[in-house]
Structures are given as structure tokens and as C-alpha cells.
Design a protein around this ligand. Structure first.
Ligand SMILES: Nc1ncnc2c1ncn2[C@@H]1O[C@H](COP(=O)(O)OP(=O)(O)O)[C@@H](O)[C@H]1O
Ligand SMILES: [Mg+2]
Length: 386
């Protein structure tokens, strides 16, 4: 080809931004479609277009000059992806994979039909049908489409639990399982059909925000569980059977059983540490899959943790307090996503720490949590640590 490869990326958030950071090394072009002209990718893309990635015609038109089509968010038009596949473009994830994953009901049925262990569930059209599945209670009611970061999930303790009007079905009703740890494994499926998996990571959630607060890599579990988790993630990638990366969220039960919760067929929050901690990052793997190149090496150097930086103290221009304090520690890497405005609870960045031992990782995590804060720049009180 007499011009650089062109990748059309649907979504312009932080995952896209970290993808572009790596892709620039290879001299490929990355065009981005996102409705927000100030999104994290807007000023990094080769060509940025403001538009909706869930509109069929907008996506088809946007990707018309691209060789490869990728996503960094799941809520995109799968009809457009199908059309672009028909035109002979490389589409990762494949439209059929994304169709299954976009709907939690289809996704759970997919695990069931492929013999992949997952919590028992039933499909329910409306809240009044919950009582027909009393054996699943206590449970979680999850909207089949549109949920993220816990927004489409509500606990249901009894058949009489009131489901708010705005929490719209259809749903899955999923038995609440006992969880010892929440793990995630990113499986990589290459263009040649071979698969591999990163070390499992352990996700520690902020219960108020429903966001991953800290991520420990590798997960602190028995080697046999880690091996089982990697095999399970590879099975999920093989069941989907198409190139790309698959972030498989799992529950480890107190009995040592692993259940697949859900899969994201894209770069994922649980893989941010791979930028510094692994030979080839999740973003590099994705690029290799897009280009049809061999998959990269998933091995880790030492131990790592990732702390999400979530906005605190209200709305305003983002300011990172505590950078000086945390950067004194070697093996500390700051990532700010370039969002124009910080808001309480908004994901603004993350810090990855690398160290040879878990004890040193834990000390570094405490230091990051004590000092690093994204706050509005206009608030002089919160800036006093800089
Ligand atoms: N069946 C379940 N049993 C126990 N906890 C669950 C179950 N399903 C979900 N959860 C909890 O709710 C969180 C969010 O659920 P999830 O389906 O992953 O939603 P989202 O798409 O918003 O990430 C999970 O990370 C887990 O902590
Ligand atoms: Mg989840």
C-alpha cells in the first residue's frame, strides 16, 4: 500500500487515547468518531469527526476510507459494522461478537450454550415476572442493554422489591453468588487463530461509585486458580472465535470456583497496567490484531497495581494534586486522560506502580492514595499540597 494503514476508531475516550499513544509508534493513522469534540482523543487523532457512533449511516460514512474498524466503547452500531465487513474491511471485534456482547441476555445464553461457567440466570421481560423465578433470589436484576459501571444493575432481595419505572427491561435476573475476589483476565486472539492470556488481575471496587478503585496484578490467588482463570478466558476467546482482545470479568467464589461475569471485546480498565508492566500492552495487542501481525508477549515484569484517579471536590478544570510526592517513587507512572472538565466520580486518569514485591506494591499504592487527587483547579484549598 502506498499510504499508511488507516484505522477508524469508534469512540474517543481514554481507551482510545492510550491506543493512539501506542499506535503512533508504528506510523499508522487513527481516525476517531465521537460526539464530544473535546473528548480525550479529539486532539490526538489523525482525523477527528464529531458524530454518533451508534448511528448506522454516520459510522459507515466515517469509516468509508479506512482499512480497519475498531471500537473503544461497546454501544456502537453493529448494523454499520456488518456493512463494513461486507465491504471487505477488517472489523475488530467482529459484528457478530459485539451483537452478542451488547445484550447481557444473549451473552449469558452464549456462555450457557458453550459450557462456560456463569451464575444461574433467567431472562425476564418485566419486573412482575421476577416472582416466577424465586429460586434465583436474592439476585441482581440487570438491564440487557445499555448498562455500564453498575448503572444497569440493581439488587433484588425479594420478589416484592420495587423496580423503579426508569429502570427499563428486558432484563436478566441473575442469582447473587458469594464472591471471594473479582478477577479479570484479558485473552488475546491473534489473526492466525492462536490465543493467549495475561496474568489474572484482581479488581477492588469502590462500592459507592461502582468503579474499579485499585487493581492488583497479578491477582493474589493460588497458582492453580490463576492457571484456571487464564484457561477460562482463552475458552471465552475461542468460543467467540474472532481476532481481538477479550477482557473477561470473573467471580472467584469462596469454594475456588470461577464464574464468568461478563466480557468486553475491547481494551479494558483491567488492562491499563499492561502498558508498563508487560512486554506487549493490551493496546499493542489490539494494534497487532488490526494489522494481522503476530500477537505480542503477555508476560509481566515484576508486580504491579493500578489506582484509578476519579474526580474529587466538584466540577472544574482538572488539576492533579500530589504529582511531585508520588513521582519521587521509582516505578510510578501517571496517566491523565485529557478530559476538559473534572467532576466528582468521573474517571480522570490512573496511576500504575511497578515493584519487585507485593509489599512494595502495597506501599506504593498507599502513597498514591494518600497524595494523588484530581480536583478542580479553581479550588485553592485542594491545591495546597502542590
Ligand atoms: N451474580 C452476581 N453475584 C454477585 N455480585 C454480582 C453479580 N453480578 C454482578 N455483581 C456485582 O455487580 C458488579 C457490576 O455488575 P456487572 O454485571 O459487571 O455490571 P456492569 O456492566 O455495570 O459492569 C460486579 O462487578 C459485581 O461486583
Ligand atoms: Mg462489569
Amino acid at each position: 500500500m502506498d499510504r499508511p494503514m488507516r484505522i477508524a476508531l469508534l469512540g474517543g475516550g481514554q481507551l482510545g487515547r492510550m491506543f493512539i499513544e501506542n499506535a503512533l509508534r508504528y506510523g499508522v493513522q487513527v481516525n476517531v468518531l465521537d460526539p464530544d469534540p473535546q473528548c480525550p482523543c479529539a486532539h490526538l487523532a489523525t482525523r477527528f469527526e464529531a458524530g454518533r457512533f451508534n448511528e448506522r449511516d454516520t459510522v459507515i460514512q466515517f469509516a468509508s476510507d479506512a482499512d480497519v474498524v475498531g471500537i473503544e466503547i461497546e454501544h456502537v452500531s453493529t448494523e454499520a459494522l456488518e456493512q463494513l465487513e461486507k465491504q471487505g474491511k477488517t472489523v475488530i471485534p467482529a459484528a457478530a461478537v459485539l451483537r452478542t456482547i451488547q445484550d447481557k441476555g444473549l451473552q449469558k445464553q452464549f456462555y450457557r450454550s458453550h459450557g462456560i461457567p456463569s451464575a444461574p440466570f433467567a431472562l425476564v421481560e418485566n419486573a412482575s415476572s421476577i416472582q416466577k423465578h424465586a429460586e434465583l433470589l436474592p439476585a441482581f436484576l440487570k438491564t440487557c442493554t445499555g448498562g455500564y459501571d453498575g448503572k444497569g444493575v440493581m439488587p433484588v432481595d425479594a420478589a416484592t422489591t420495587v423496580v423503579p419505572e426508569e429502570f427499563k427491561g428486558p432484563y436478566i435476573l441473575e442469582k447473587r453468588v458469594a464472591i471471594a475476589k473479582e478477577l479479570a483476565v484479558i485473552a488475546v486472539r491473534g489473526a492466525d487463530g492462536t490465543s493467549s492470556a495475561y496474568e489474572p488481575v484482581e479488581m477492588v471496587f469502590d462500592p459507592a461509585l461502582n468503579l474499579v478503585d485499585t487493581l492488583l496484578a497479578p491477582a493474589r490467588c493460588d497458582a492453580s486458580i490463576a492457571e484456571k482463570a487464564k484457561n477460562l478466558a482463552v475458552r471465552v476467546a475461542e468460543a467467540f472465535g474472532a481476532p481481538g482482545i477479550y477482557a473477561v470479568e470473573m467471580f472467584l467464589t469462596p469454594e475456588g470456583e470461577l464464574l464468568v461475569n461478563e466480557t468486553a471485546p475491547r481494551a479494558h480498565n483491567s488492562g491499563h497496567h499492561t502498558i508498563e508492566a508487560c512486554a506487549s500492552s493490551q493496546y499493542d495487542q489490539l494494534l497487532r490484531a488490526y494489522m494481522g501481525w503476530p500477537a505480542g508477549d503477555v508476560r509481566m515484569h515484576g508486580k504491579a497495581a493500578m489506582v484509578n484517579l476519579v474526580g474529587e471536590g466538584g466540577t472544574g478544570t482538572p488539576h492533579l494534586a500530589g504529582a511531585k510526592e508520588i513521582l519521587r517513587q521509582s516505578g510510578t507512572f501517571i496517566h491523565l486522560y485529557g478530559k476538559q472538565e473534572t467532576r466528582t466520580g468521573r474517571k480522570m486518569g490512573h496511576v500504575t506502580v511497578l515493584a519487585p514485591t507485593t509489599a512494595e506494591v502495597d506501599r506504593a499504592v498507599s502513597a498514591v492514595k494518600d497524595h494523588a487527587k484530581v480536583v478542580p483547579a479553581s479550588n485553592p484549598k485542594t491545591q495546597s499540597t502542590q
